[in-house]
Ligand binder design. Structure first.
Ligand code: ZN
Length: 343
């Protein structure tokens, strides 16, 4: 099978097209012909590598995939060849304390497709059957691949960890990234008022189209936490979704109301920042971290995608062979929604 691999960590040009053997199918596994694979920022970080990261090389990146079942292991009864499916990227053991609790995302052997294991930039992948969900005919492979990781991440963070309730106000810092696109829509569906900080006018317009109630364009108004304050009658918001990190942390904390929750699932501008603890105790603020979600979360949010209550947003689709160009586009950051590869 054809796949995009790298033999060493480094810049974009370490990515190359290779011919690899079809991966072996274990008794509880499903072999899938990949029809669409979506990119995530994680793919760029894995390619570049970080201290302590030891991957079996060559490595195939990619956490998101949808496709058609090619073969199943002998213990798999739920799926058969030819069936359209999509894939939950959270890999868990199914046997530890956390898996028994239904908290697969906290599994002691938790992993993510394409991070420490072989990923989806390939013509075929093998995944455990418990990660596979049937894909309705009216949801395209591109829509499903573009939804998998971001939707389960945003759902788990906002609904399960953040306990978002109807009538609350949510601020989403950023508009174009996948988790933000998912968060805007999930928060609206949950009955919240949604404020968004967008980096420019075109992204602001698209955030409005997704249902945001108020969009602040930070290219025009850099002091957006003050604007949030006045838009909420000097109260602040109940929940902030901040996956930017270092560059926005202080403004996000300021934008919270008393008793507010700060939801963190990532840090595109850097992981380390200073924090004045007086804000935390004086305003009774909770900082709530999470990553990915359980198998149940995945099924719940994907059903909303299948019912078109939440839209998958695809920025563009490129052939698998152009993975390098696709990662360059994501790296430059001028995207709204997902970049998708088609084998
Ligand atoms: Zn486990």
């Amino acid at each position: 099978m054809k796949a995009i691999v790298f033999y060493q960590h480094g810049p974009l040009d370490v990515l190359q097209l290779a011919d690899l053997p079809t991966p072996p199918v274990g008794p509880s596994d499903v072999l899938i012909d990949v029809k669409a694979a979506a990119l995530n920022r994680l793919d760029l970080w894995v390619r570049e590598g970080w201290p302590g990261l030891k991957l079996k090389l060559p490595h195939i990146s990619g956490s998101d995939a949808a496709g058609v079942v090619a073969a199943v292991g002998e213990a798999v009864t739920e799926f058969k060849p030819g069936q359209r499916v999509t894939v939950n990227p959270t890999l868990s053991c199914g046997e530890c304390e956390y898996c028994f609790r239904g908290e697969d995302q906290m599994c002691l052997k938790h992993s993510l497709l394409g991070e420490f294991t072989s990923g989806t930039y390939a013509e075929q992948i093998v995944v455990p059957a418990r990660n596979v969900v049937a894909l309705p005919d009216d949801t395209s492979f591109e829509e499903a691949a573009a939804a998998n990781l971001i939707m389960v991440t945003a759902w788990h963070s906002l609904i399960r960890r953040g306990q978002l309730r109807a009538g609350e106000t949510v601020l989403v810092v950023g508009a174009g990234g996948g988790v933000n696109i998912a968060s805007i829509q999930i928060a609206k569906l949950a009955g919240a008022r949604v404020l968004v900080v967008a980096s420019n006018a075109p992204k602001a317009e698209k955030a409005r189209a997704l249902g945001a109630d108020v969009v602040l364009d930070r290219s025009k108004d850099t002091d957006w936490s003050r604007a949030v304050f006045s838009l909420t009658n000097r109260r602040g918001v109940d929940v902030v979704v901040d996956n930017v990190g270092a560059a926005t942390w202080l403004s996000s904390i300021r934008a919270l109301a008393r008793g507010g929750r700060m939801l963190v699932v990532g840090n595109t501008s850097g992981p380390k920042f200073e924090m004045d603890s007086r804000f935390m105790f004086a305003k009774h603020i909770s900082i709530v971290g999470s990553t990915m979600g359980s198998h149940q979360d995945y099924r719940a949010v994907m059903n909303l995608v299948f019912q078109r209550k939440i839209k998958s947003v695809v920025d563009r689709v490129l052939p698998l062979s152009e993975a390098r160009e696709a990662q360059r586009i994501l790296q430059e950051g001028d995207v709204f929604g997902k970049v998708v590869l088609k084998p």
